[in-house]
Design a protein around this ligand. Structure first.
Ligand SMILES: O=C(O)CCC(=O)C(=O)O
Ligand SMILES: [Mn+2]
Length: 156
């Protein structure tokens, strides 16, 4: 995978030779993930649900040339809870289609500060990042793009 990943929150999404899963600790250090920043929790409460907190925040770091193939987010216990993400730094070319892999797709630019939600019928839409527009933001001193994806991973 060309994207570097870490997590905030009680559960973190990890991938290794044995597959992918949510777990409570960093696979190398064994430490618990840091808490989800309060401003992200507020964003979720405002836009998704004030009564159901997210328990996972995936941190994706895209360096120049990094991309993420088309996929569905479906490792969560309750697939009706929306997914909410915040993009920072360089603009990402986000591709989104339908709920079947072969459905037509379209491309949307996610610039720094943009929030993207997968709600309702789009919750299980195939999506990915085709590429990052290097140099399109000066937010991150070393360039690149950070995407923070909030999810409710455990049972609701
Ligand atoms: O970087 C993005 O905007 C999408 C990230 C994503 O789809 C994921 O981490 O599952
Ligand atoms: Mn995803």
């Amino acid at each position: 995978m060309s994207v570097q990943m870490s997590n905030f929150g009680p559960l973190g999404w990890v991938t290794d030779a044995t597959g992918y899963r949510y777990q409570s600790h960093h696979p190398v250090t064994g430490q618990a993930w840091p808490e989800i920043p309060s401003r992200l929790l507020s964003l979720w409460a405002e836009l998704v649900d004030p009564d159901l907190a997210p328990d996972a925040c995936l941190v994706n770091l895209y360096d120049e040339g990094a991309k993420m193939g088309l996929h569905q987010d479906r490792d969560e216990a309750d697939l009706t809870v929306p997914v909410l993400s915040l993009s920072l730094g360089d603009t990402g070319l986000f591709r989104i289609g339908g709920t079947a892999r072969g459905d037509p797709t379209r491309s949307v630019r996610l610039a720094s500060g943009d929030v993207c939600g997968l709600f309702g019928p789009s919750r299980l839409a195939f999506h990915g990042i085709d590429r990052v527009l290097s140099g399109s933001s000066r937010l991150l001193p070393q360039g690149g793009r950070i995407n923070l994806t909030l999810r409710r991973a455990g049972p609701t």
